[in-house]
Every structure is written in structure tokens, then in C-alpha cells.
Design a protein around this ligand. Structure first.
Ligand SMILES: NC(=O)c1ccc[n+]([C@@H]2O[C@H](COP(=O)([O-])OP(=O)(O)OC[C@H]3O[C@@H](n4cnc5c(N)ncnc54)[C@H](OP(=O)(O)O)[C@@H]3O)[C@@H](O)[C@H]2O)c1
Length: 233
């Protein structure tokens, strides 16, 4: 296991929080981030004494060097943050689209740029994309777009960061995640019906995939779909 903390950018809720919880529960030092430092510290406190919270906004990449200055030796780096932009091409809203594109494509890359020199050579990076890249849903125009960008970023980083590895996880609709569970069964039932096995992806499934991508020393440059075979039906 790589030496240093597990850093989870976008770790105050949802999938990032579950990854942070996994590692904090195993006694690893964890640094998690959200936009509001007080919220991040409060969430980190719920994970025990080895976790701490920091504030940063990935859509303001010029500020990231300052925000990450206190993060020292990094074992693994997970980039899970998203500021969802529900956008459609016939009613395109520039502000949200610009923030999401900046956050996922520039912000993710800038965090890796800043933290890579502080990473253990046996460490790994996992980026979060998503299956909206291949199966768009109404309003996913920019989400689908940035997920595609994550795929390319993984390929480039796996080469540039070596021997540090870089992979991405691309979940389908995660039924028990805060964003999708809030939409209720009317939104989830069609996804369940279209998934072989009739079962939605869970946050636990995604955490298991992230741990595999971080810890398996032979897995590199992989864009891993975790979707229950959703695209096959
Ligand atoms: N949930 C799903 O079904 C699903 C499916 C496919 C892919 N994914 C991907 O999985 C990842 C996690 O999704 P999720 O649903 O678990 O997310 P979520 O519950 O919406 O949580 C998003 C996280 O990002 C942080 N964040 C929001 N805006 C930010 C900004 N501008 N700068 C920095 N951090 C920011 C939030 O922190 P604060 O609010 O505290 O600032 C929070 O910790 C995302 O990258 C998403 O694209 C999710």
C-alpha cells in the first residue's frame, strides 16, 4: 500500500464520502474536500481522528495551489467532485456549462499537477467519469461531454505520471447515491428495467471498484464501467 494520505476531492457526500469512509475505517489518514471548509471539516470529523477536511473550488483552478498547500505526502488521490449542470443544447446555459467543464477538465488536471510531486511512486490516481458519456439522459449534455474528457485524461495521465498509475471509474446510475435516490423510483425504475439482472449499481459497488483501481498494481490507464451491464440492453 502506498505511503501517505488518501486524498478525496469531492469527499463531503455521495461516492467520494463513501471512499473516504472506507479508508478512514481502515486507519488510513484521509483528507477530504468540499467547497466550504467548515462543512468539509465537520464531515471529516464524523469519520474519526485520522480524517481532516479542506475547502476548495475546482471551478476556480487558479486558487487550487493555495488550497492544497497544506496537503503533504499523498498515497492515493481520488477525484470525485461534480457540480452538476443540467443543460440541453436547445436551451444552453453558459454559466453552469462553463463551471462544470472547468471543474472536471481543468480542475481535475490541476489537482493532479499539484499533488503528483507529493505522491508515493507506488500510489495511484482514480478519476470519476460516468456512463452518461455513452448513454445520455435528458439534461446530461455537459455531463456526457466531460465524462468523455475524463476518458482521454486517464490515457494521458497513465503515461505522464508513470510509475504512478491513473484509472477512471465510470458508474452507471447509482441508485442509493444522494443525487439519484432523491429523484425517486420514477427515475430509477426505467434504468433498473434496462439493466441485466434488474439491479441498480450501489455506492458500495463503486467503492469496491475504486479500491481495486487504486490498489491493484497492474491496472493502469483503464476506464472501468461499473454499470451492471446497462449498455447491453
Ligand atoms: N451518483 C451517480 O449515480 C453517478 C453516476 C455516474 C457518475 N458519477 C460521478 O461520481 C462522482 C460523484 O458523484 P456523486 O453523485 O456522489 O456526487 P455528489 O453527491 O453530488 O457530491 C459531489 C461532491 O463534489 C463536491 N463539489 C461540488 N462542487 C464542487 C466544486 N465546484 N469544487 C470542488 N468540489 C465540489 C461536493 O462538495 P460540497 O457540496 O461540500 O462543496 C461533494 O463532495 C461525480 O464525479 C459524478 O460525475 C455519479
Amino acid at each position: 500500500m502506498a505511503e501517505g494520505s488518501v486524498v478525496v476531492i469531492g469527499g463531503t457526500q455521495g461516492l467520494g464520502l463513501e471512499v473516504a469512509r472506507h479508508y478512514a475505517g481502515r486507519g488510513r489518514p484521509v483528507v477530504l474536500s468540499g467547497r466550504d471548509p467548515a462543512r468539509a471539516e465537520a464531515v471529516a470529523a464524523t469519520l474519526g481522528p485520522n480524517a481532516r477536511g479542506i475547502g476548495l473550488d475546482l471551478a476556480e483552478p487558479a486558487q487550487l495551489a493555495d488550497r492544497l498547500a497544506g496537503v503533504e505526502q499523498v498515497g492515493h488521490l481520488v477525484l470525485a467532485a461534480i457540480e452538476r449542470d443540467e443543460n440541453r443544447i436547445h436551451a444552453f446555459q453558459l454559466a453552469g456549462a462553463t463551471r462544470l467543464a472547468t471543474l472536471k477538465l481543468i480542475g481535475y488536471a490541476q489537482v493532479v499537477h499539484l499533488l503528483a510531486p507529493r505522491m508515493d511512486q507506488a500510489g495511484a490516481v482514480v478519476l470519476f467519469g460516468g456512463r452518461a458519456m455513452d448513454r445520455p439522459y435528458p439534461g446530461s449534455t455537459m455531463v456526457s461531454t466531460v465524462n468523455g474528457g475524463v476518458t482521454g485524461l486517464v490515457h494521458s495521465l497513465a503515461v505522464e505520471l508513470a510509475p504512478i498509475r491513473c484509472n477512471a471509474v465510470h458508474p452507471g446510475i447509482v441508485g442509493d447515491s444522494p443525487y439519484w435516490s432523491a429523484k425517486g423510483d420514477a427515475a430509477l425504475e426505467p434504468v433498473r428495467n434496462r439493466t441485466p439482472g434488474g439491479r441498480l449499481v450501489t455506492m458500495e459497488d463503486v467503492v469496491g471498484a475504486v479500491v481495486f483501481l487504486l490498489e491493484n498494481r497492474a491496472v493502469n490507464g483503464v476506464n472501468l464501467a461499473v454499470d451492471g451491464g446497462w449498455l447491453l440492453l
